[in-house]
Design a protein around this ligand. Structure first.
Ligand code: FMN
Length: 334
């Protein structure tokens, strides 16, 4: 029978499914449920910088502070989910589960990232996920300014801890490969593609703007996993839009070491995990893949690159595919 074990950011996972950062992983009971359902690892609900503002620990931030942010956290019950509480929860949960527990941090000012990171490491977290999100608003700031900030944050955190660190990226970056490579060179152990986001909408009757939750784009994640795998020196996890075992298999064929999901578990419950695992196992058995590494990255760009004469020809190929789509031609069935 197929062996689903995988290695992700230096951690050994019994299978490639990770319950991603969400309310499903916010409590000890929730994490124990995830382990029982069969997940390979969990990423804890993120801790947000604004939780410190309420404690009066930060008076000002270079990145601005909107007082209502604390009210939003309070309404969502997140003020009780402070750093001490999370550390105590990590200590407790680590006594009861044997799957890797990855803590998640979402800050703005550079000084808090390493501080949370150190606390979570001391509490016993097996790894850290840096959930980095910026909205570029400034007309004078080039993309490189925002992107360098990612590398700065990672470097500060890596100085503070010895456990593996991943970065969960936003998809709206000018050059995903360039930043991914910079992060990998700065010691990033894994990249998570991609972050969750909110989108603006307009109510034309009330003449008001509002925020709506963006829908994860599975194909966006699949594309970048395939384009980066084996070319940057760190592991990759997909995050977004996984609903079926086939989706997990596609991401691994593209080069992912692990696949994060959560909307599926909100919709179908954690019982969806054994279904995913069974689907992956059956597919591996029917394709004679004994272990994940047998097919990981088989359809990555790196593996296909051998069929191109350098990046120039690859670019020409992608240009041709683009034109083919615009010419209304369909992919040929084999
Ligand atoms: C209710 C809910 C809460 C979430 N909270 C966080 C969070 O605190 N930190 C984070 O990095 N991602 C958070 N996410 C995003 C998920 O981790 C994941 O990246 C995203 O939902 C895309 O994957 P999916 O299509 O499987 O849902 C949240 C998602 C949901 C649905």
């Amino acid at each position: 029978m197929a062996n689903l074990e995988t290695s992700y950011m230096g951690l050994k996972l019994r299978n490639p499914i990770i319950v991603s950062s969400s309310d499903l992983t916010r409590t000890k009971a929730g994490i124990i449920h995830c382990q029982k359902a069969g997940t390979g690892a969990v990423v804890l609900k993120s801790i947000f910088e604004e939780q410190f503002h309420d404690l009066g620990e930060i008076q000002e931030s270079d990145y601005g502070f909107y007082p209502e942010a604390v009210d939003y956290l309070r309404s969502g019950g997140l003020l009780e989910y402070g750093p001490q509480e999370i550390c105590a929860m990590i200590e407790e949960v680590k006594k009861e589960v044997d799957i890797p527990v990855i803590a998640s941090i979402n800050c703005l000012s550079p000084k808090l990232w390493p501080r949370f990171a150190r606390q979570f490491q001391e509490a016993g977290a097996d790894g850290l996920e840096l959930n980095i999100y910026f909205l570029p608003l400034d007309l004078e700031s080039p993309a490189s300014e925002y992107e360098n900030h990612h590398v700065q944050i990672l470097k500060e955190v890596k100085k503070a801890v010895s456990i593996p660190v991943s970065v969960k990226l936003m998809s709206q970056l000018t050059s995903v490969p360039y930043l991914a490579n910079q992060l990998a060179n700065a010691g990033c152990d894994a990249l998570v593609l991609f972050n969750w986001f909110v989108q603006p909408d307009i109510d034309p009757e009330k003449l008001k703007t509002k925020s709506v939750i963006g829908k994860a784009n599975f194909y966006q994640s699949l594309k970048w996993v395939a384009l980066l795998a084996g070319r940057v020196d760190c592991d990759l996890a997909s995050s977004g839009g996984v609903r079926r075992a086939d989706d997990v298999i596609k991401q691994i064929l593209a080069g992912a070491s692990a696949v994060q999901a959560c909307t599926l578990f909100y919709e179908k419950g954690l019982k969806a995990i054994p279904d995913l695992l069974k689907g992956i196992e059956d597919w591996m058995d029917s394709h004679n893949n004994a272990v994940i590494d047998d097919f990981k990255g088989e359809l990555s760009f790196k593996n296909q690159e051998l069929t191109f004469k350098g990046l120039g020809q690859a670019k020409a190929y992608f240009r041709a595919q683009y034109l083919k789509a615009y010419a209304g031609l369909k992919e040929e069935e084999e």
